[in-house]
Design a protein. Sequence first.
Length: 342
Amino acid sequence: MKILLVKLSSLGDVVHTLPVVQDIRVAMPDAQIDWVLEKSFASLLVPLLENGALRRIIPCDIRRWRKSPFSAATWREWRAFKTQLQSEAYDAVIDLQGLTKSALVAWLARLAPGGKRYAMANQTEGSGYEAPTRWAADVAIRMEPHIHAVQRSRELAAQALGYKLLPAADFGLKEAQVPDKRSMSAIKNIAFDIPANTVVLVHGTSRADKEWPLDHWVALGQRLAAAGHSIALVHGNAKEAATSKAIARGLGDAPTLWPVLQIDGLAAALARSAGVVGVDSGVSHIAVALGLPHVQIYNFDTAWRTGPPEAGTFLQRSVFAQPAPSVDAVWQAWRACGQQPS
């Protein structure tokens, strides 16, 4: 059976969809799975391509194309994407995003005889949803309105393809990213040491109202350093780099500022750390997918939807408070990571 998954963006949403691949592989070992997503996130899926979980990654650049829809370059790239997308006929096309852009991609994909397009029939709490996703589908599947982002994708695919879900989500990255288990160019290109006691602080996020105060990061870093941890800071743009430098100054320039890495390289580097503390962001969700000790910081009561799927387990926790969680609350959550609940 040939299956096309459509989940274009963003990074966190792509990470939340990863367990769908593993679910299908267990339920349908002979299935051939392709995935369409934004080019900037495609490298995250390379390990799944290399280990055979995915057959093909089909990158697009819709975010950039929308900025210059009538340019010659956009039309040329769009035609190339469409040709690649339609080079295969699918038995099932599953729109896991529920937006107009994903509905368009699903509609453009070519079906095999008897093939069908599947999508959500309704919006779920806290998630975007646009009507064309339902119009483009042959089968629209109703979802529970109050559902975690990971479980929503898993439920949709399971109902579309008719299999029973595994008890727990398997993101498929944990083993693939371990350096001694595979030879990956991203790992080879990491030209800096990552001490085994490194805790990575992820302060960057796409929304300012999700950020944690700078002085909180400094205070947390001081506690981690006093406990014997090395500190690493990550950033993806100039604004985040400036914040990393400010935190480092507050800590006496002791932390290591990682260079900007491609997503696969960043995942490989995170996999070599002792754990991550971060705000609600795509990078934090990668830490969850890697099974690392992790504390995820929320200024909004949305951890139930996007936080660690098994929040409260002994490795990963989310912390919520308004206007922001205290340093002590995050520190206590970090200390609890790795401790079996009594």
